[in-house]
Design a binder for this molecule. Structure first.
Ligand code: SAH
Ligand code: SF4
Length: 340
């Protein structure tokens, strides 16, 4: 995009560096602030490339003001949701790689809203820059990025990879690779391809069930075509090759996948791996037919994993009341305070 502009206008290479520095690193607020470029060139750029492809950002702020959801729209008018979470000295941005999601997992509000489109590279990066600009005004920085908003990264791999390149390029957004986590439901072929690229980012696998049968019930589209045993082989290979920890996400759903036998089976499945199980109590949504496991069940599940020596954490979900928690990104606004 910028590269084409520079080439087409016969500009010298340093112009591109200036642009990267101000646009990505400093996170300027508009093309007018691109002060390292002469005015005529800036005006030309303004006509050729939109400052942000995503438009009409609206913010929804949680009561404790620590979670902010930004709703924006693509040129076609499709909704995109991005969440900033300000917790434990971290500023984590949860980005979407699609508007909606075609995978249709039964517990996920995004999955239930259907699929609009894959976001392009710029639309993914726009979400990060939006919050980078906001944080920068408060004297703060982005510390982490998670690809855990709307959409399945493996089904939009090219744009996800390109966006990671921009976010980690020292001349651009310059974030550390280990500060980025890509979460996937596990499309084997694409995941294998992604892992072999060795981008150095963290991987989170949305497991949610310890066996094929239950996985098929919860996430039919993804699980049927991507058998659990094959998926685990790909992840084990990666693990052995890189020695990097893999996070397994496991949503606890009342009476569905939260029994003692499920915890035992999960421990068996992950034995011998450097794994971290991220337990998440289901975030309820009017769009889904499930309830979260009770706190008692959750603690019991956790105790079994501990007993079996499986590393685990219980993730608290933030932003519930503004529908900004995981699996709630579906462009439905209830009881939300809106900042224009
Ligand atoms: N498509 C990818 C990334 C986006 S979803 C994936 O599924 O991994 C991000 C995370 O939110 C996933 O772990 C997903 O399983 C979880 N999630 C979806 N619905 C949820 C719900 N109702 N409650 C809690 N977590 C949910
Ligand atoms: Fe898509 Fe992930 Fe939701 Fe499944 S859980 S529908 S893959 S966003």
């Amino acid at each position: 995009m910028f590269e084409d502009f520079v080439r087409e206008n016969n500009l010298q290479g340093y112009r591109l560096k200036q642009l990267y520095q101000q646009y990505y690193t400093e996170a300027i607020e508009s093309w007018d602030a691109l002060t390292t470029w002469p005015l005529d060139l800036r005006e030309k750029l303004k006509k050729a490339i939109p400052f942000s492809k995503l438009e009409n950002f609206q913010e929804y702020v949680s009561e404790d003001r620590k979670t902010i959801k930004a709703l924006s729209f693509t040129k076609e008018g499709f909704p995109v949701e991005t969440v900033l979470m300000k917790y434990s000295k971290r500023n984590t941005i949860c980005v979407s790689c699609m508007s909606g999601c075609p995978v249709g997992c039964t517990f996920c509000a995004t999955g239930q809203m259907g699929f609009n489109k894959n976001l392009d590279t710029q639309e993914i990066v726009d979400q990060v820059l939006y919050f980078k600009r906001k944080l920068s005004k408060e004297g703060e920085k982005i510390t982490n990025i998670v690809y855990m908003g709307m959409g399945e990264p493996m089904l939009n791999l090219e744009n996800v990879v390109r966006s990671i390149d921009i976010l980690t390029d020292p001349e651009k957004v310059a974030l550390g690779k280990r500060r980025i986590t890509v979460s996937t439901v596990g499309y084997i072929e694409q995941l294998d391809q992604f892992l072999s690229m060795d981008l150095g980012v963290k991987i989170a696998l949305s497991l949610h069930a310890p066996n094929q049968e239950l996985r098929e019930k919860l996430m039919p589209t993804a699980a049927k075509n991507n058998p659990l045993n094959k998926l685990m082989e790909v992840l084990k290979d990666y693990q052995e090759r890189t020695n990097k920890k893999i996070t397994y996400e496991y949503i606890l759903i009342k009476d569905i996948n939260d029994k003692e036998e499920h915890a035992e089976e999960l421990a068996e499945l992950l034995k011998g791996q450097i794994a971290l199980v991220n337990l998440i109590r289901l975030n309820p949504s009017p769009l889904i037919p499930f309830k979260p496991s009770s706190m008692n069940k959750t603690r019991l599940f956790q105790a079994i994993l501990n007993e079996e020596g499986i590393n685990n954490t219980l993730r608290y979900s933030y932003g519930d009341e503004i529908n900004a928690a995981c699996g709630q990104l579906a462009n439905i606004q209830r009881n939300a305070k809106q900042n224009h």
